[in-house]
Design a protein around this ligand. Structure first.
Ligand code: AMP
Ligand code: MG
Length: 636
């Protein structure tokens, strides 16, 4: 097969102009209101009724003639004769004469004759009479027929996205159905390596993330997704799948197989079947995107990498949907931020994923293809091709993904259930990046996190302070956290008695840069010394020492699944996984916090929770607070 090279990439501005030209004609369908959330209203909606349909009381009280009460006062109440009672929903006819009062419930129709309602709180019942202690004016506590919505009045505008409020309005004017625009978008994932989520992963397979992520994006944009599932890298099957989707939908999105790799043929099929408008846009990530037209149906080949696929969707596909539906993007809000750290770019226009916390944007990019980029980022900034470097502190505009809730505090470092507990107790939203202590120190040093979660031990057994000194970290404080039991983790039927056994077992170690890994290394050093060996000699004999799981949880998973005989980590994680645990030592899990944040509300809330009795009580087994918990060590 002939290979395609991306010799001429379409500049972004040109691609945008091209997108502007593409319009799809949606159908108009009628949906039951309970099914209509998220859809776009096709027509202005007039009310067929007055709301309320009759004059009604807005208070529990008595329907009366206002002028009967004009003389009423606390010391000299007016006496009125009670002649009846009207509950809500009552259809009987009542008449209130002068000097009379009719008991009335909130929402009940006002009786003829009455022109006001006096609240029950301003009256007192005595036998068949009531005493009124305050004057009321005409129409007081009465909602007039049609005063909320007049019959014929437009209650909803066309092109509005239907949410809970719109559904409430539709129901309250008695509409059971609503006309909406139907823009059906076919979604196809391609690749021999893909398998449906919910199945077990065979060798070399990955779960199909794009079908679901793109379908959700289509829905967020107001259109209706139709998933065609996974099509293998087979020309004929792809053609068949594409044919079907094009027959059935208003627009078709494929993902994968658009670049110039072996087996990447989607762009070729689109070209053969229709017209390629562009293949390859000068943007990063997601350069290999095909925009084509087959039988009048826009057909867009998105890149396979999920982060690229979603970025390209947001940039180039969502606008087609919005333009076609005549609606404004609902969630594509832009927020102003300043870069929390400098970033390097250059060469091509770039959609750069960032996390946003308290108006600061942090890079959230990872190696291309990392799926966690999606969950660690809140949005993207667009960097033009000429920009080579954006300095820390520069203003940037962030286009937010979906309807994200911006986190309150950012944590980088070691994983610990204590942090999850703090998140629950504070009611704040934490972004926690479990990358190990070294990554935590690096992030606090570069100003790209609020808090580093660390358990880094030095040769003397001191936790964290020597790393802070060694790195010359400035403008930070060390907040002492809590202590955690660390030890060997194994399955109950494969008991391990102690560290001495480790050389005869398959180990799952933590990642390089993890504090827990450093603690194990220190323990092994002590053991080696006792045996008259050097540490490196001893470590050489441990199978799996070079492995690197990123969290305590994943260490437990490896032990549980039989990939390893033994792991080293916290008791809390072992117990949560139903695994055996033998203690080896205790660590100190601490928090390094940027000094300039100490006074902000979120950090205060965090510190209060950390120092609370409740926290201490609710920590899982093997983690405990001590006299240093919550104390602030500064300066260094
Ligand atoms: P491709 O463009 O087909 O070469 O795909 C680029 C990368 O994205 C490869 O690593 C694919 O395995 C991955 N990929 C393609 N489609 C999907 C999908 N639907 N879900 C998750 N990853 C995918
Ligand atoms: Mg592929």
């Amino acid at each position: 097969m002939e290979r395609k090279e991306f010799r001429e990439l379409t500049p972004v501005e040109e691609a945008r102009k091209l997108i502007e030209q593409i319009r799809v004609q949606p159908e108009i369908i009628t949906l039951a209101i309970e099914k209509a959330v998220g859809h776009i209203i096709a027509d202005d909606i007039p009310s067929g009724v007055d709301v309320p349909a009759f004059n009604r009381s807005v208070k529990d009280g008595y329907a009366i003639h206002a002028k009967d009460t004009y003389q009423a006062s606390e010391p000299e109440p007016v006496k009125l004769k009670m002649t009846g009672s009207i509950p809500a929903g009552c259809s009987d006819t009542f008449f209130a004469g002068e000097g009379e009062a009719i008991e009335i419930s909130t929402g009940a129709p006002i009786p003829d004759g009455a022109d006001a309602v006096v609240m029950v709180e301003q009256t007192k019942g005595v036998d068949d009479n009531i005493l009124v202690y305050q004057p009321v004016h005409i129409n007081e506590n009465i909602m007039k027929a049609g005063s909320d919505i007049m019959k014929g009045e437009r209650v909803l505008r066309k092109n509005t996205r239907i949410g809970s409020r719109e559904i409430g309005v539709l129901a309250s004017v008695g509409m059971k159905e609503v006309p909406v625009r139907k823009l059906l978008v076919g979604i196809i994932s391609t690749g021999n390596e893909l398998i449906e989520p919910g199945n077990s992963l065979g060798k070399g397979l990955i779960f199909d993330a794009n079908s679901y992520a793109i379908a959700a994006s289509v829905e967020e944009a107001g259109a209706i997704p139709k998933m065609y599932g996974i099509i293998p890298d087979d020309g004929k099957m792809m053609e068949e799948g594409l044919d079907r989707a094009i027959r059935e939908c208003h627009m078709v999105l494929t993902s994968g197989s658009t670049s110039a790799g072996v087996g990447d043929i989607m762009y070729k099929i689109i070209e053969d079947k229709g017209k390629t408008l562009t293949h390859g846009i000068a943007i990063k990530p997601g350069k290999p995107v095909v925009i084509g037209m087959i039988d009048g149906i826009p057909t867009i080949g998105l890149p396979g990498n999920p982060t690229s696929a979603l970025s390209i969707f947001n940039e180039f596909v969502a606008p087609i949907i919005h333009n076609s539906l005549g609606t404004a993007p609902s969630f594509r809000t832009k927020v102003q931020a300043v870069m929390g750290t400098g970033i390097r770019s250059g060469g091509r226009e770039e959609l750069f994923p960032v996390g946003v916390i308290r108006g600061r944007a942090y890079p959230a990019d990872k190696t291309s293809g990392a799926i966690t980029t999606l969950s660690d980022a809140d949005g993207i900034i667009e960097i033009n091709a000429e920009t080579e470097y954006i300095d820390a502190g520069s203003p940037v505009e962030v286009t937010m993904f979906g309807n994200v809730r911006i986190p309150d505090l950012m944590y980088v470092g070691g994983q610990c259930p204590g942090i999850d507990l703090l998140e629950e107790m504070t009611g704040l939203v934490f972004r926690t990046l479990n990358r190990g202590s070294s990554a935590g120190f690096a992030a606090i040093s570069s100003g790209t996190t609020d808090i580093a979660c660390v358990n880094m031990v030095d040769a003397e057994g001191n936790y964290n302070s020597s790393t802070i000194s060694k790195m010359n970290l400035e403008n930070i404080v060390l907040v002492k956290g809590y202590r955690r039991e660390l030890g060997l983790i194994f399955t109950p039927d494969n008991h391990v008695d102690g560290l001495e056994e480790i050389t005869s077992l398959q180990l799952i170690n933590r990642n390089r840069g993890s504090g827990t890994r450093a603690i194990l290394e220190r323990e092994l050093g002590t053991l080696a010394e006792a045996k008259g060996m050097t540490k490196s000699e001893f470590i050489k004999n441990i199978k799996g020492y070079n492995s690197g799981s990123k969290t305590h949880r994943s260490v437990c998973d490896a032990v549980k699944s039989g990939k390893a005989d033994v792991g080293f980590g916290i008791r809390a994680a072992a117990e949560e996984s139903g695994l055996g645990f033998v203690p080896v030592t205790e660590d100190e899990f601490d928090f390094v916090i940027r000094k300039d944040l100490l006074d902000i509300r979120e950090i205060q809330v965090f510190l209060n929770a950390l120092r609370s009795e409740e926290f201490s009580r609710r920590l899982p087994a093997g983690i405990h607070t001590y006299e240093m918990t919550g104390s602030i060590i500064s300066p260094f």
